[in-house]
Design a binder for this molecule. Structure first.
Ligand code: KG4
Ligand code: ZN
Length: 408
């Protein structure tokens, strides 16, 4: 695994081109990074104000867009100046254009267009969720196409087959909400607060204080969806109902930690059940079976160690190598945007829009499919069900086990 090595060790003259500046403003992080084709992060800057977002009870698009407008120019200037890089030294500017909060995306896109014109370098539009999946290749040379990726963030839950930098096929998706939003909403409902970290991370911290079986104390009806699709709204609503129906009126410290552990366990179980179905389906169709199999776990929720350990048991069982980028690359960052720009450009130079052909504005999309939905449609059409059932409680033990017979 490559270590991310920063500007103190590299100058723009000693790295492999292309050198790309990445801009990420799809949500509440204002992030800038400069990355080279030989996977060197030359510099990166992030600004985020979680304290104000926590105080108002969630992410405000208007407040985030204002933050992007206030800080983006200085962050770009510092990022370039600190490594003595001029705009004209860049080979391209990569910017997130979808999916995300439209007024936030617009700030990044406007800056990218004007920088591209000033510096006369091309512009590349990057899909935020594709970048989460590809960030694994920035830190690990062993991740080769095709690979599977489970993207679990505050905005999305997607299980995809990644064929190349711009070809993705959906296996399972959550069309209701995401594991991050489910954790954040329930955490807010029970009054959790954190100055400098995500509420999901606070749930994880408190869950660790619970007894071994605390995670089984608050049980809910597990979501029922077809195929490998997810339904985190169901888990969120079940927990909100438990809390709001007065059953958990005054939470003691033990109630709080057990509730966090139970919520985390239900989120993990749902992810593992669907992953299990997908692994069995791919095996039954002989997809990915001939090469070394890799599952990349990314997005903010992938920073959760409990979820990681449970998924690791499944990947070990099905012989997949499990790769999780380090924490700061799992949450929103601009390194992944710059790197995805490099991969896209190397695969097809035409994706880079020459500065002379740039339109006056580029459309920002709040939702945009990550790719095709061929495998997902096949799974739905065949009504595929695994023959053996994963025993969810075994996710808490050293070894997972199943009931029923394995596929032949
Ligand atoms: O990928 P990300 O930074 O932003 C989006 O694109 O959504 O993900 C943020 C989400 C939040 O919902 C946050 O609560 C969750 O990731 N998160 C975690 C952890 N760290 C961040 N969830 C569970 N455990 C964590 N350690
Ligand atoms: Zn994200």
């Amino acid at each position: 695994m490559n270590k991310l090595i920063f500007k103190r060790f590299f100058s723009i003259h000693s790295v492999k081109r292309p050198i790309v500046l990445g801009i990420e403003t799809s949500c509440d992080d204002t992030a800038i990074a400069i990355v080279s084709a030989d996977k060197k992060v030359l510099n990166s800057k992030v600004f985020v104000n979680r304290i104000d977002q926590q105080r108002i009870g969630g992410i405000s698009p208007a407040l985030s867009a204002m933050q992007h407008r206030m800080f983006i120019d200085n962050l770009i200037e510092d990022c370039l100046d600190e490594i003595s890089c001029r705009l004209a030294d860049l080979d391209a500017i990569a910017v997130t254009s979808c999916p995300g909060l439209v007024i936030c995306l617009k700030v990044g896109l406007e800056r990218a267009i004007s920088l591209s014109r000033i510096s006369k370098v091309p512009l590349i539009q990057v899909h935020h969720m594709r970048a989460h999946a590809l960030s694994s290749r920035l830190i690990d040379d062993s991740v080769e196409y095709p690979f599977l990726s489970l993207l679990i963030s505050g905005g999305h839950c997607l299980l995809v087959l990644v064929k190349n930098p711009s070809e993705f096929d959906i296996i399972g998706i959550d069309s209701t909400t995401s594991p991050g939003e489910c954790l954040d909403k329930v955490a807010r409902e029970i009054g959790l607060k954190s100055k400098d970290r995500h509420l999901g991370a606070e749930v994880e911290r408190l869950a660790r204080l619970s007894d071994d079986d605390g995670c089984l104390r608050f049980s809910i009806k597990p979501p029922s969806t077809s195929g490998a699709d997810f339904h985190f709204a169901s888990i969120k609503n079940s927990f909100l109902n438990l809390i709001q129906q007065g059953k958990l009126d005054k939470l003691s410290q033990k109630d709080t930690v057990d509730l966090c552990a139970s919520l985390q366990f239900q989120v993990t179980s749902h992810l593992c059940r669907k992953l299990h179905l997908a692994f069995e389906y791919l095996q039954s169709k002989d997809i990915l079976q001939s090469q070394s199999k890799t599952l990349v776990l990314s997005g903010g929720v992938a920073a959760n160690k409990f979820i990681f350990k449970a998924i690791e048991k499944l990947t070990n069982f099905y012989n997949y190598k499990l790769i999780v980028p380090p924490g700061r690359l799992c949450t929103d960052n601009a390194e992944m945007i710059a790197w995805t720009g490099i991969e896209m450009m190397e695969e097809n130079p035409n994706v880079a829009i020459p500065w002379t052909s740039l339109p006056s504005s580029i459309y920002a999309h709040d939702r945009y499919p990550i790719g095709t939905s061929i495998l997902r449609d096949e799974i739905h059409a065949s009504k595929f069900k695994p023959t053996r059932k994963l025993k969810l409680q075994s996710l808490l033990q050293d070894q997972i086990y199943f009931t029923g017979k394995p596929l032949q």
